[in-house]
Design a protein around this ligand. Structure first.
Ligand code: PLP
Length: 257
């Protein structure tokens, strides 16, 4: 069984963050491990607070894993502040794991800043060059590139810009497009578009976390980037179709049905 690590934030209600990542790793038949970067106070109705973990403790967690266990893929999620980003980047440069999947988490669906806006430059200069795959949604790709993105042509232009920043493969998620939810994958040479029907449900909490960890798990299992992305897209589509109507707000995706 392959071992996969998530470096991300905790979501109290178990729908997003570390909890979604570990459920996805298990559902994909991999062994999940976690380095916690921040603890959010959160339920299906929103994020109400956040405690960042001390950068030294983040580095200690990373050391604890890499000095002991083989890691076949790493997913990076919520990195709330500049010091968090530098702490993680320093350690990943030291240990040089394969298959780093970066989900550049910025704002929750409920509107909470999961990454402080001033951390953007550090994300671009330290983490994007380490990413084997990066998975921004449209608003995140807009922040990273500074351009307006509203169709496939602008998605392609943004993917090329993010590739130039150092990510080896760029998956721009089209969930925020007006009509269909086409995603676009660029590997530095070819563009692949991935189509899927939009599922009508309010329960989409944790979709981005689930998709990126599913990509990481499948890279760990030896799939190519395109295969891993296609598998993850199918997985998230089914997990949304079976989403759980838990709580009073936006319910989580369902990993086991
Ligand atoms: N909480 C944590 C810790 C996250 O990492 C994320 C997304 O990456 C969220 C919340 C946001 O989840 P959503 O926007 O799907 O509600």
């Amino acid at each position: 069984m392959k071992h996969v690590l998530t470096i991300a934030g905790s979501d109290t209600c178990g729908g997003a963050g570390i909890q979604a990542d570990l459920k996805t790793f298990s559902a994909q038949g991999t062994y999940g491990m976690s380095v916690i970067t921040a603890v959010t106070v959160q339920n299906t109705q929103g994020v109400f607070g956040c405690q960042d973990i001390d950068p030294e403790i983040i580095q200690g967690q990373i050391d604890a894993i890499f000095t002991d266990i083989e890691v076949s893929a790493v997913k990076i999620g919520m990195v709330s502040q500049i010091a968090t980003i530098h702490a993680i980047a320093d350690k990943l440069e030291q240990y040089q794991p394969k298959n780093i999947v970066l989900d550049p988490v910025m704002i929750s669906k409920s509107g909470f800043d999961l990454m402080q806006p001033e951390a953007k430059e550090a994300l671009i200069s330290r983490l994007i060059p380490l990413a084997y795959v990066i998975t921004p949604n449209l608003p995140e790709a807009e922040v990273i590139t500074g351009m307006k993105i509203n169709d496939l042509a602008s998605m392609e232009q943004a993917a090329r810009m993010i590739y130039e920043m150092g990510a080896k493969n760029v998956l721009i998620k089209g969930g925020h497009l007006e009509n269909d939810a086409t995603d676009l994958l660029f590997d530095g040479e070819k563009i692949v578009t991935l189509q899927s029907d939009r599922i009508q449900t309010k329960n989409t909490h944790g979709t981005g976390c689930t998709l990126s960890s599913c990509i990481a798990a499948n890279l760990a299992k030896g799939k190519t980037v395109e295969e891993a992305v296609r598998t993850a897209k199918e997985y998230i589509t089914t997990a949304i179709a079976h989403a759980l109507d838990i709580g009073k707000g936006v319910g989580p995706t369902n990993h086991f049905y």
